[in-house]
Write a protein that binds this ligand. Sequence first.
Ligand code: ZN
Length: 162
Amino acid sequence: MDNSAQGGEKKAASYGEPKLNSLYQTLILEHYKSPRNQGEVENPTVEVHMQNPTCGDEIKLTLRVEDGRIAEVKHSGQGCSISQAAVSMMTQLLTDLPLDDAGQIAGRFTEMMHGDEDAMKDRSMGDLRALAGVSKFPVRVKCALLGFDALQEALKEIGASS
Ligand code: ZN
């Protein structure tokens, strides 16, 4: 299909924003502009800082764990819309979740970013499904996964310390 008649926006750089379904694009931008759970948890159980040097994305994830559940989770940092929207969507799902379930969502999202179609249809992924189209842009997959990389590192540290 030729969409060149509408919008007229052409980007020569392959590193530009991936062209996604516009409904999804809107949701991504909405999270980017009004991130959920932004900031830092006071007295966190674990704190992880992750960077994606290829794009300049940075995420600091802080978590407070109580009785094997994520009682509170916040993120701070900076970067492209995909990295920041993805971590915002992620924290939305994580609050009050048992640690095991958090690990499962991380695994599921990683599968989705590697093109797994079942994962793309999984309702438990919530708003994160808006990012499914990013899987077609390998260079941006790292952006989308950065928050989950931080989460998996955090889960590892919690596991190691308990
Ligand atoms: Zn990025």
